[in-house]
Design a protein around this ligand. Sequence first.
Ligand SMILES: [Cu+2]
Length: 120
Amino acid sequence: MRVTRWVAATVAVGALVAGAVPALAADRPATASKQNTPVTVGSDFYNPSSVTARVGEKVRFKWSGGLELHDVNVERGPQRFHSPLKTSGTWSTPKLKKPGSYVLHCSLHDMSLKLTVKRR
Ligand SMILES: [Cu+2]
């Protein structure tokens, strides 16, 4: 009697967990995985050329290691920031505080990145 009840309870819990897992995966925001992949800074491009982030996040950049210097500057947008000129290594924006559309560019080359910051 006891054993039968225990088995029935275990099956019910197992079914609940199995049902909950796909729901959890679907709720995970797509931007979280994008954020973990840095934007490549190359000559003369940002890849990808369009990024979405949420307020409170940072966007990471990774220089591809060429000979030319590049940087990341806000050309248009509600919050200002800029990186140093670099040929290699990484840099992150400060925490993005203001939602809106940003255009980032390199101060030395014709390359731009569209950044959309969404409210949480
Ligand atoms: Cu550049």
